[in-house]
Write a protein that binds this ligand. Structure first.
Ligand code: PMP
Length: 419
């Protein structure tokens, strides 16, 4: 079956024909291709066309698709049973590995998605402090739990209002623009003894990539300390992406709680939250804050995640960052030579090339970019076999599986784009 007929059928069975909104390609005025296979840096659609991947399942596949060690670990795990609903070996090994690489996560809990991780971390912060309010940043996305669906980023930012989320639930969500420390300070000055936590993407990845300004993350740390609130780093994207120790290692800031997902599952459904022992011990069954999960600590996901983290410790993050920089600076000059101004944000192997003549520092500046130009770029890159996120307000990712030749082909595709 071809993508067009599959999409027609899918639309009769699933809202928008998809299981996650962005996949419908609405924001590039297009339709999705259906994927049948993925290996290394490539995806193949159902019609056999090959694409160089820069989405990598929205971040998890930093080693490339079907990394041999990860695939082997998953196969071995499946042969021992796919779910026990009981403690297993690899959940302890994975927790130990995460704790070694991200020492602020003294204790942790495995869950099955990033959404569950952030939702549970927020509940813990509220349970621990006995406070209800929290600060979140406009354009940051922390999954789809009710409390976070106020001015969220990614596809949630395109839904007007928050239908289905009671006003009472988000009345405790205090908003601030990303990089605006004064706005956060004002919230603390107005209601400091009611704020349980500040949750932040230490590098924002859901309004395009937006980097923290100097002093922003340290400022959040200081305000949380001053007012007895917890600082939560949502490292679902940045964990094991920016560095082995995540954004907290790269920027040298220690959060109280961290949320992880994506990479730590090696491509299987996983999330994780953790932090200071004294805080984590408020979780049931030790403490009273409740959270549970039928598939939490799933043995196949734990085995794949453990294999991925072990492999990543042999990988050259600095090398990938340098190669990504070379790729993006050439991409920028190609697009600029066609008369389109570009603002590039990049850190490690993540980047966004905004069609904008101004720096992008928050949701307002991100919202002012030329997304029609992105749509035109996207369509032509896809036609040339380069798979990019079907929305201009997302990150692109490189992987350890990309070859120099893949980057060259990508640049050739960009050279042929017409606006
Ligand atoms: N936090 C961040 C920073 C994310 O980018 C995402 C998803 N892209 C989530 C949380 C939610 O993760 P999931 O989609 O696995 O629920």
């Amino acid at each position: 079956m071809d993508s067009k007929s599959l999409y027609a059928k899918a639309q009769t069975l699933m809202p928008g024909g998809v299981n996650s909104p962005l996949r419908a390609c609405k924001y590039v005025n297009s339709e999705p291709v259906f994927i049948m296979n993925a290996k290394g840096a490539y995806l193949w659609d159902v019609e056999g066309r090959r694409y160089i991947d820069y989405v990598f399942s929205w971040g998890p596949m930093i080693l490339g698709h079907q990394d041999p060690a990860v695939t082997e670990a998953a196969h071995v795990a499946v042969d021992h049973g796919s779910s026990y609903g009981a403690p297993c070996l690899d959940e302890v090994a994975l927790a130990e590995e995460i704790n070694k690489l991200i020492p602020s996560m003294e204790m942790m809990r495995m869950v099955s998605s990033g959404t569950e991780a952030t939702m549970s971390a927020l509940r813990l912060a509220r349970g621990y402090t006995g406070r209800d309010k929290f600060v979140k940043f406009i354009g940051n996305y922390h999954g789809h739990a009710d409390a976070f669906l106020a001015a969220a980023g990614s596809a949630a930012g395109t839904v007007p209002g928050t239908p289905g989320v009671p006003e009472a639930v988000i009345s405790h969500t205090l908003l601030a623009h990303y990089n605006d420390l004064d706005a956060v300070r004002a919230h603390f000055e107005a209601s400091g003894d009611e704020i349980a936590c500040v949750i932040v993407e230490p590098c924002a990845g859901n309004m395009g990539l937006v980097l923290p300004k100097d002093g922003f993350l340290q400022g959040l740390r200081d305000l949380c300390d001053q007012y007895g609130a917890l600082l939560i780093f949502d490292e679902v994207i940045t964990g094991f992406r920016l560095a082995l120790g995540g954004a907290q290692a790269r920027y040298g800031i220690k959060p109280d709680l961290t949320t992880l997902g994506k990479i730590i599952g090696g491509g299987f459904p996983v999330g994780c939250y953790g932090g200071k022992r004294e805080i984590m011990e408020h979780m049931a069954p030790v403490g009273g804050v409740f959270q549970a999960g039928t598939l939490s600590g799933n043995p196949v996901a734990m085995a794949a995640g453990l294999a991925a983290l072990k492999r990543l410790q042999e990988c050259n993050y600095e090398g990938l960052e340098a190669r990504t920089k070379a790729l993006t600076s050439e991409l920028v000059s190609i697009i600029e030579s066609k008369g389109k101004p570009v603002y590039l944000a990049q850190v490690g192997s993540a980047f966004t090339m905004y069609f904008s003549d101004k720096p992008v520092t928050d949701m307002v500046s991100s919202g002012q970019c030329d997304y029609q130009a992105y749509a035109a770029y996207w369509k032509q890159m896809m036609a040339a076999g380069v798979y990019l996120a079907p929305a201009g307000f997302e990150c692109a990712f490189t992987s350890f599986a990309h070859s120099d030749e893949d980057f060259e082909r990508t640049l050739d595709a960009a050279r042929n784009v017409k606006f």
